[in-house]
Design a binder for this molecule. Structure first.
Ligand SMILES: [Zn+2]
Length: 376
C-alpha cells in the first residue's frame, strides 16, 4: 500500500507539471523542521525542570507518579488522598486540579483519571498536581455534602486543623501539600448527587487586582458560559472555609468550577471538565496551543442559596437553568405526613443555577440557588 500511494503521489506531481519546485520546497521544509527540532532539543537541555516532591511522592522531570497523601489517624479514624503528579521536562507553572471534595460529584473525578492517561509529561511545561478524590470516605460511602465520620462538609472547614476531626485533617493536608505547593488551583465540583445544576464557574474576588485578573482569565479559559463574580467569600485566613477561597487568600489564582449533575457520569459533563482543564493549561503555557476563551460570558453578580427551613420532602416546580421572576414559586416543602409547610420563591429575578431534584429536605440544607445576571 505504501509503494502504491507513493506512485500515485508521483503521478499527481507529474500531471501537475511542477515536480522540481515542489520537491525542492519539500526539502527546504523538511530541513527547516529538522533544524527546529534540533534547536528545540538544545533548549530543553538548557532549561530542564526540577524534581517535584509532594508528601513522599518524588517525581523527576518527564515523569508521572501516583500515590497517596496520608491523613494521620485520630480516634481510630484515618484516610488517604489519591494523587498523581505529572512533572514536565520543561519548567513552568504548577497547576493543582482537585476533584472529589464532595465524593458524590463524579464527572470531575472521572475527568482527572482521563487526563492522567492522556497528558504526556514529556511534552508538558511545569507540573500538574491531580487530586483524584479529595474526600475518599465520602466517595466510598456515596455520601453527598459530608464526610460520614464527622458529618462535616470538607468545603467548609479550610484551612483545616491537624488536630481536628477527619474533615479538618483532610483539609489541612490539602492546604499543606497542594495549596502551598501550587501556583494556580482549580477546585472542580458539579451538582451533588441530589442537585440538578447548570455548568458555571465561581470567580472569587480577593481585592488584589493582579490576582483577580489572573483568576478571571482562568475562569474564561475554563470555558463555562456562566461566571459568578463572587464577592461573598470570607477573607479570614484562619477560617477560609472553601478550598478555592483558601488558594485565593494565599495569593494563588484559583477558580471553582461546576460541571455535572445528579450523580450522573454523562460524557458531556466529563468532556466539559477535561476541555476546561486543557484550555487553562494552554493559558498558563503548560501545553501547546491557544486557550479556548469564553467569547460570550454571562456574568452573575449576585447569587443566593435558598435553604430548607424544616425537615421533610421538597417538590421542585421548575428546572435548572430556568429564568425566574422575583417572588415566583420555585418549589414547596411538605412534612413527612404530606402537609405543605413552606413555599419557596425566587428571592430576586434571575437564573436557577441549581435546584434539588430528589425528595429529601433537611433543615439548613440548600434547596436551590438563584443568580442575578449582570446588566452591562
Ligand atoms: Zn461540590
Amino acid at each position: 500500500m505504501i509503494g502504491k500511494r507513493g506512485r500515485i503521489g508521483q503521478n499527481q506531481y507529474k500531471t501537475g507539471g511542477g515536480i522540481p519546485m515542489i520537491r525542492s520546497d519539500l526539502r527546504r521544509v523538511l530541513f527547516f523542521l529538522f533544524a527546529v527540532l534540533v534547536i528545540h532539543s538544545f533548549s530543553w537541555g538548557e532549561e530542564e525542570n526540577v524534581r517535584f516532591v509532594v508528601g513522599d511522592i518524588v517525581v523527576e522531570p518527564g515523569e508521572t507518579r501516583s500515590g497517596y497523601l496520608p491523613v494521620p489517624e485520630k480516634n481510630g479514624i484515618e484516610t488517604r488522598i489519591p494523587v498523581t503528579i505529572m512533572n514536565g521536562f520543561k519548567p513552568g507553572k504548577v497547576l493543582a486540579l482537585v476533584a472529589g471534595v464532595h465524593g458524590y460529584e463524579y464527572p470531575p473525578i472521572l475527568a482527572l483519571y482521563r487526563l492522567k492517561n492522556t497528558i504526556d509529561p514529556s511534552s508538558l511545561s511545569g507540573t500538574l498536581i491531580l487530586v483524584h478524590i479529595a474526600n475518599l470516605q465520602s466517595f466510598q460511602k456515596r455520601i453527598i455534602y459530608y464526610n460520614p465520620n464527622d458529618w462535616k462538609n470538607l468545603n467548609r472547614v479550610f484551612p483545616g486543623d491537624p488536630e481536628g476531626t477527619i474533615s479538618q485533617r483532610v483539609a489541612y493536608v490539602l492546604k499543606k501539600e497542594v495549596v502551598d505547593e501550587c501556583d494556580y488551583l482549580i477546585d472542580m465540583h458539579c451538582g451533588d448527587g441530589n442537585e440538578a445544576l447548570i455548568p458555571y464557574t465561581y470567580w472569587m474576588i480577593s481585592g488584589n487586582k493582579e490576582l483577580d485578573e489572573l483568576s478571571k482569565k482562568m475562569a474564561l479559559a475554563f470555558g463555562l458560559k456562566y461566571i459568578i463574580i463572587d464577592q461573598s467569600r470570607t477573607k479570614d485566613l484562619s477560617d477560609s472555609k472553601y478550598l478555592g477561597n483558601t488558594a485565593v487568600l494565599f495569593k494563588k489564582p484559583a477558580i471553582t468550577t461546576e460541571s455535572g449533575y445528579l450523580g450522573k457520569t454523562d460524557e458531556e459533563s466529563i468532556v466539559r471538565n477535561t476541555r476546561g482543564v486543557l484550555s487553562v493549561m494552554r493559558l498558563l503555557g503548560m501545553i501547546q496551543g491557544e486557550p479556548d476563551m469564553v467569547s460570550d460570558p454571562i456574568w452573575i453578580d449576585k447569587y443566593e442559596v435558598v435553604y430548607s427551613e424544616a425537615d421533610g420532602l421538597f417538590y421542585p416546580l421548575t428546572e435548572m437553568g430556568y429564568f425566574a421572576q422575583k417572588g415566583e414559586k420555585l418549589g414547596y416543602l411538605t412534612d413527612y405526613l404530606g402537609n405543605v409547610i413552606q413555599e419557596l420563591r425566587a428571592p430576586f429575578t434571575g437564573i436557577v443555577l441549581y435546584i434539588i431534584n430528589t425528595p429529601p429536605a433537611s433543615k439548613g440544607e440548600p434547596l436551590f440557588e438563584v443568580g442575578s445576571v449582570l446588566n452591562k
